[in-house]
Design a protein around this ligand. Structure first.
Ligand SMILES: [Zn+2]
Length: 169
């Protein structure tokens, strides 16, 4: 789990201070959402600008639940573009989650361990091919065939994405 110590390593002490005051009011952080893609957890929200203008920034923070470490963060505010490290909006978003994760849309208290879709597919393939007593060569060939198929799919996906992008340009 992420801790305040982990966050403080990615920002200045003053940023942390300011973030605390932003996080102190529920009205400052709107449409809080959390998405789980184990082991990564991504938070996103609109965070109010403290400049006095009725403005808000799109902010997101991704961290590794198992390692308790930050993976990525982003914000549309000027400070994020200008300086290294987390801006106060990113920090405020992370602090809010540490304080009250249940207030985030999509929050699940007890997350069942999930198996990646790729691994599930491989397991399904293995069950169909490897029900009889087999030898190592057969096992290896099934796995190798599966990986080859996945690689081909990835290449096709990439090509399709490229084609789509070209249409938009
Ligand atoms: Zn920001």
């Amino acid at each position: 789990m992420l801790s305040e110590d982990d966050i403080s390593r990615h920002c200045h002490a003053r940023t942390l201070q300011r973030a605390r005051s932003i996080a102190a009011s529920d009205r400052n952080i709107l449409t809080k959402q959390v998405r789980y893609n184990p082991p990564e957890t991504t938070l996103s929200a609109f965070v109010a600008s403290s400049s006095g203008w009725n403005d808000r920034y799109r902010t997101s923070v991704t961290f590794d639940e198992d390692e308790g470490d930050l993976v990525d963060y982003a914000c549309t505010c000027p400070a994020y573009r200008e300086y290294d490290g987390m801006c106060k909006h990113c920090v405020a978003l992370a602090l809010t989650y540490l304080d009250a994760p249940e207030k985030f849309m999509g929050y699940r208290a007890h997350r069942a361990p999930t198996t990646s879709s790729c691994l599930l597919e491989l397991m399904a393939v293995s069950y169909t091919h490897l029900t009889l007593p087999t030898n190592r060569e057969v096992e290896v060939s099934v796995v190798a065939g599966f990986l080859k198929k996945k690689k081909k799919e990835r290449i096709t996906d990439k090509q399709e994405k490229k084609n789509r992008e070209q249409i938009w340009i």
